[in-house]
Design a protein around this ligand. Structure first.
Ligand code: DGL
Length: 272
């Protein structure tokens, strides 16, 4: 495995860019190949089998770009597909759920943690399972927020419609007196200010992206796979692929990442 090869990062759409952003911050020497499955988003309302099939196709595509490791920057795909694909492919693959769970367990003081995510992630019960394994005394309340992803994909990050929907979804969690809330969908950190306002300043919001990047960095170093400095010019470090609407993605990615995204290529993911 070439230590100077890129890291593959994928999501159903733009949400995984919040994880890519954190990898760029913590590992500025690494190259990234990002794939956003914009033709087939959302994953959150699809079945386990479908999400596993999509994840396999994306990993096969990323392997054509000679990636050295893969980050499933999507909670739904991590919940449904990680266990399967890490057995099928011969390279390190990590998801975002363990990282989010660990951060929440460390952050809570009163032992009451909330998790918000897609119907798929919440329905799978995976956060509750992983958190309770880490600390059986913690009480987890999970709530699906299915309209958050389309609101983010539409760019309605600061909008009265988003405020209204957030208030409705989160009222149930407010009644549970949680002190920590996991943003269990990679799109949700983009709604952080809205969610924070509704939940109040006493609730710590956990973005699993940070801890995922920490985990990735440790993994690459342990396996001698961390990139040597100065391997690529900034303009060549990051490549973006989508399955639909490349221009829209490029504009969105530029607004999220610390540098301008010049080009996004559209590919036919069904071929893989
Ligand atoms: N961003 C994804 C996640 O973390 C999924 C959004 C979706 O496609 O439903 O779950």
């Amino acid at each position: 495995m070439d230590r100077n090869a890129p890291i593959g990062v994928f999501d159903s759409g733009v949400g995984g860019l919040t994880v890519a952003r954190e990898i760029i911050r913590q590992m500025p020497d690494e190259k990234i190949v990002y794939f956003g499955d914009t033709a087939r988003v959302p994953y959150g309302s699809k079945s386990r089998d479908t999400v596993i099939r999509y994840s396999r196709q994306i990993i096969r595509f990323l392997l054509t770009k000679q990636v050295k490791a893969i980050v499933i920057a999507c909670n739904t795909a991590s919940a449904y597909a990680l266990d399967t694909v890490e057995k099928e492919f011969d390279l390190p693959i990590i998801g975002v759920i363990r990282a989010g769970a660990l951060t929440a367990v460390h952050a809570t003081h009163n032992g009451k943690i909330g998790v918000i995510g897609t119907e798929g992630t919440v329905g799978s019960g995976i956060y509750t399972e992983v958190i309770e394994k880490m600390n059986p005394n913690v009480q987890v309340t999970a709530k699906a927020c299915p309209l958050f992803v389309p609101l983010v994909e539409e760019g309605l990050l600061h909008d009265s419609v988003t405020d209204e929907i957030a208030s409705r979804y989160l009222s149930e969690l407010k009644g549970k007196f949680i002190d920590t809330l996991v943003l269990g969908c990679t799109h949700y950190p983009l709604l952080r200010s809205t969610v924070g306002r509704v939940m109040g300043s006493d609730v710590t919001l956990v973005n699993p992206a940070y801890e995922t990047a920490v985990e990735l960095k440790a993994l690459l170093e342990e396996r001698g796979l961390n990139c040597e400095p100065g391997q690529a010019a900034d303009s060549e470090k990051y490549r973006f692929y989508v399955s639909d609407l490349a221009e829209k993605f490029t504009a969105f990615a530029t607004s999220i990442l610390p540098r301008q995204v010049k080009e996004t290529l559209k590919i036919d993911i069904e071929r893989y």
